[in-house]
Design a protein. Structure first.
Length: 94
């Protein structure tokens, strides 16, 4: 498993997705620097993320179902701490 971003929110995202999905691959990428000064930039440097996650939990599920599983694991973070989240979710072997 690979995690690329550091910081308290990135660490929380990593911990929650690891617990909820038992990923075989996980990247948490902080995109906030590319959005500085834009809507949703709260000045913390941790407001915009991309997650790349591979998990057996995604096998046989649609793209929407996979995104719902990720959003469910991060639900309260998405309410007030994370402005934008891009999700790339796949099952092993895809």
């Amino acid at each position: 498993m690979q995690t690329t971003a550091t910081g308290p929110i990135a660490s929380e995202i990593t911990a929650r997705l690891t617990e909820a999905l038992d990923p075989t691959h996980l990247e948490v990428i902080n995109d906030s620097g590319r959005h500085a000064g834009h809507s949703g930039d709260n000045g913390t440097g941790e407001s915009h993320f991309t997650v790349v996650v591979e998990s057996r939990a995604f096998a046989g599920r649609s793209r929407v179902e996979r995104q719902r599983l990720v959003n469910q694991a991060l639900s309260d973070l998405l309410i007030d701490r994370v402005h934008a989240l891009a999700i790339r979710a796949r099952a092993p072997g895809e």
